[in-house]
Design a protein around this ligand. Structure first.
Ligand code: DPP
Ligand code: ZN
Length: 858
């Protein structure tokens, strides 16, 4: 396969201002008649019309301007239909027959449960009909859907419904028209037996919008939270960005089989049901938050993605990074800003930092790809959001808003680039973001060394800063990047603020700041609020970190100081150096005792860094040594502070379910405390966990207890797992949790259990949620996946190869854990590498898996 290069971008030779589709829906044979109005774009005379198609797709009929074409008047080249055309506008008709029920890749038109639905981003539309499948071809769509009335009573597409009617043969039809020109990746269509939770939203200018969340009838009671989140998102985008919704209908459909989390199709979002359905019995607090976050994300795309779309897929972060930033801020405004920031940074560190440090590292605006589906990454999304956040930090909220207004004004209705976004920010604010552009082109997580020295005699302090952007594949040498660092100084003795927070932009490789009038020894608080996606290397002592964890006035910085203290201690333990365990234990004790802190924050702050994150801090990963050190410290934290954990556990006892931030925080801390009580080895831990499991009136407490039990060797564990299965076996989303909790277990027999679960009648490779719930979770289990005999690697590789022919996109997303082989000690590295080699050597591999596995070997 040939790489697609960003530098090869050329504007399309032909535009398609209007599309008429007539779709006769049938699971086995759906007939699609497409009528494209095409016109040449200036400056490319003589180029034939090229329409993308899918492997094996053949047109049953082609006509130009009403005249059927003979076989010699068109050709298939690769997967493209090529039609030579005279200059000037034409009407091109094609007709194909496709089979949605055989479509296991879940791209294009496919069947899920009893539904027929579509997923077109990035390149799914070409599986539905021949079309220039690229985001810079924008068209107005009219769609006539025809289907069996009994089986598919509801027919939905983008825009407004313009007509419906019955046929004489038991079928019915519906016609939809979307007045907004859009790229084909935003096309959507759904047919099925669905019921709607209906509501209404009146926009700032007084237009009424009909809202519908469409699900199976039995799921209707689980849609209230998504609906509330949708209305809150619509109001938030008006208030914070001045963006109003623009159609009279906004529909969401939940489907059980979906590659992404959700999809922002114009006026008809299609969701993975796990990001719509929520009730206390089946969804955890984290699930509730994820539902609201994803509903907001997809809604916000209506402006950042749909009204202004991407010129080409190299610009993906233009819409994704910006929209993730928007949904993060929305969620921060709905609950605890500090806890949201902690969660987002956790995700960045768990998913993006390793990507940036490995063989698949790429800048947020990549330069090449084999398969675009592989680029829906933590880098494009989460680092992309951090890059936007840095702009927000540097320009201030008002300056950022001026820039975003300008961006939307200038680019509305067009397919834009990251450069267009940056230029709008520049002109609106009269600033030069020249150097900042390097964040778009350079991969790798910058490391910032920050050393603070104090001269008591002169009463001055000096902060020396130095940055290094590490080499990444294809990018051996990097230039320094502008790094906005929020920082402050506190007095080590007095606890006073010596230098209030300021933003310092480290633009050069090295820099220093002189602080006058610093009488007492200062303690440095830096990268507060995680103002830049970098790694800070400082020489702050355990004492100073403990001080910050108790006294910093930025809650994120307090969390960060505690994490750093824990990391320093654990890395020392892993490397066999003297470690200050007592400092960690006392800092945790102080945090638990601080009554000014809310429970949600405490629950986050007292957690030890994950085994994976610890591995990322080491020159070479030895999972056994990491686990031994971490479990040892966890046990000592559990034992030494057992009374405090029990007190926290008692103080957060559930009494009546509420979704308020306070109630959520208490549930969070409760399960964290339960985990430490279990870690202490207390004899009653399993009984306590089972009691929580059985008494729970909500999934957060129940699943929290199950998570603790999952790693125990106790009869209570089996009882809880069996009870959970019996209670929820009919609910796919909850059953996913049952698979996950076993795949994440730290027990010695996890590998065997997971192998058995892969043969369980409820396991299937065909459902992406289920595949991720078992295999994705297992690959994140640092103990079982990294078993010394390589059995974990073999299992994951086997699953990738088994899933690849069914769903290449989802299979490819399981490859990166194996791709981290270079980071591991030689024995494991060789075993991981061998599995990647076995994958690459397999005949008939998809482009998706081939790209991920071959790049991982490189
Ligand atoms: N549907 C995916 C998302 O919203 C891709 N656009 O991020
Ligand atoms: Zn998105």
């Amino acid at each position: 396969p040939h790489p697609i290069l960003r530098s090869d971008y050329r504007p399309p030779a032909w535009l398609v201002p209007a599309v008429h589709l007539e779709v006769e829906l049938d699971p086995a044979a759906t007939r699609v008649r497409a009528r494209l109005s095409v016109e040449p774009q200036g400056g490319t005379p003589g180029a034939p019309l090229r329409l993308d198609g899918a492997p094996g797709m053949v047109p049953e009929r082609i006509a130009v301007d009403g005249r059927p074409l003979g076989a010699e008047e068109w050709r298939i080249e690769g997967e493209q239909l090529v039609i030579p055309l005279d200059q000037g506008a034409h009407i091109v008709d094609t007709e194909v027959v496709i089979a949605p029920e055989g479509n296991t890749q879940l791209m294009g038109l496919y069947a899920s449960g009893g539904l027929l639905c579509t997923q077109c981003e990035a390149e799914g539309f070409r599986r539905i009909t021949f079309f220039p499948d690229r985001p810079d071809v924008l068209s107005r769509y009219t769609v006539r859907m025809v289907a069996d009335r009994a089986r598919y009573p509801v027919l939905l597409a983008n825009g407004d419904q313009t007509g419906t009617g019955d046929m004489t043969d038991g079928r019915h039809w519906a016609e939809w028209h979307d007045p907004f020109p859009k790229p084909c990746y935003l096309f959507a269509m759904v047919a099925g037996d669905l019921k709607a939770n209906r509501d209404r939203f009146v926009t700032a200018s007084g237009r009424s919008v009909e809202l519908g969340i469409w699900v199976r009838e039995a799921d209707l009671p689980r849609t209230a939270h998504a609906m509330a989140a949708l209305k809150a998102s619509m109001a938030w985008d008006e208030r914070v960005y001045g963006r109003e919704y623009d159609l009279s209908i906004f529909n969401i459909v939940a489907v059980a089989d979906f590659n992404f989390g959700a999809m922002e199709n114009k006026g008809l979002n299609i969701f993975n049901s796990r990001y719509i359905l929520a009730d206390p019995e089946t969804a955890t607090d984290a699930d509730y938050d994820a539902v609201a976050g994803v509903v907001a994300h997809e809604y916000f795309h209506n402006w950042s993605g749909n009204r202004v779309t991407c010129r080409d897929w190299f610009q993906l972060s233009l819409k994704e990074g910006f929209t993730v930033f928007r949904d993060q801020e929305f969620s921060a405004d709905q609950g605890s800003r500090a806890v949201k920031r902690i969660e987002d940074v956790r995700v960045l560190r768990a998913a993006q930092f390793p990507e940036d440090a490995g063989p698949l590292a790429h800048p947020i605006r990549p330069d090449s790809y084999l398969e675009i589906s592989n680029f829906y990454t933590a880098t494009i999304y989460n680092k992309g959001a951090e890059v936007i956040r840095m702009l927000h930090t540097m320009l201030g909220a008002e300056g950022f808003r001026r820039g975003s207004d300008r961006y939307f004004d200038e680019n509305d209705g067009t397919a834009a680039t990251c450069e267009d976004f940056l230029r709008a920010m520049e002109t609106a604010n009269g600033v030069d973001l020249g150097g900042f552009r390097r964040w778009y082109g350079q991969a790798g997580t910058p490391r910032v060394r920050a050393l603070l020295s104090h001269d008591a005699a002169s009463g001055t302090a000096r902060l020396s800063l130095a940055q290094i952007v590490p080499p990444t594949p294809g990018q051996p040498d990097k230039l320094p990047m502008p790094i906005p660092l929020r920082l402050a100084l506190f007095g080590a003795e007095s606890g006073r603020t010596l230098v209030p927070e300021r933003v310092h932009i480290l633009s050069e490789a090295e820099d220093s700041i002189l602080f006058p009038a610093i009488g007492e020894r200062p303690v440095l608080s830096i990268n507060r609020g995680f103002s830049a996606p970098v790694v800070i290397e400082s020489d702050r002592s355990a004492e100073d970190l403990a001080f910050l964890s108790a006294h910093d006035d930025d809650p994120f910085a307090r969390f960060e100081a505690m994490q750093q203290l824990m990391v320093d201690t654990l890395v020392a333990l892993i490397e066999g150096r003297p470690a200050d365990e007592a400092a960690v234990i006392e800092a945790v004790r102080t945090t638990l005792a601080d009554e000014a802190l809310d429970a949600a924050f405490v629950g986050e702050a007292v957690l030890l860094p994950t085994e994976a994150f610890l591995g990322d801090q080491l020159a070479q990963v030895d999972p056994v040594a990491i686990r031994r050190a971490r479990e040892g410290l966890r046990q000592r934290l559990g034992r030494t502070l057992e009374a405090q954990w029990r007190a926290a556990y008692a103080a957060t006892a559930a009494n009546g379910f509420a979704l308020t931030p306070v109630a959520k925080g208490r549930r969070r801390l409760r399960t964290v405390a339960l985990g430490y009580i279990a870690a202490s080895g207390a004899a009653d831990a399993a009984a306590l966990a089972l009691a929580q499991f059985e008494a729970a009136d909500n999934m957060t407490d129940r699943y929290g207890a199950l998570g603790v039990l999952g790693s125990m060797v106790a009869p209570e564990r089996e009882r809880a797992l069996e009870g959970f299965y019996e209670r929820y076996r009919a609910d796919a989303l909850v059953l996913d949790k049952w698979f996950t909790v076993q795949a994440l277990s730290t027990r010695e027999d996890t590998a065997e259990q997971v192998a058995r679960l892969a043969r369980h009648p409820d396991f299937t490779l065909a459902n992406p949620n289920r595949l991720r719930a078992l295999v994705g979770a297992f690959a994140a289990n640092q103990h079982a996946f990294h078993a010394a005999d390589g059995s974990g690697y073999r299992f994951v590789a086997d699953m990738i190869l088994a899933a690849d022919p069914i769903n290449a996109q989802t299979a490819a997303r399981l490859v990166p854990p194996l791709g981290r082989w270079r980071r591991f000690e030689p024995m494991r590295a060789a075993l991981m590498r061998a599995e990647l080699e076995r994958i690459v050597a397999t005949p008939g591999l998809s482009r998706d898996v081939f790209e991920q596995a071959s790049k991982s070997l490189g």
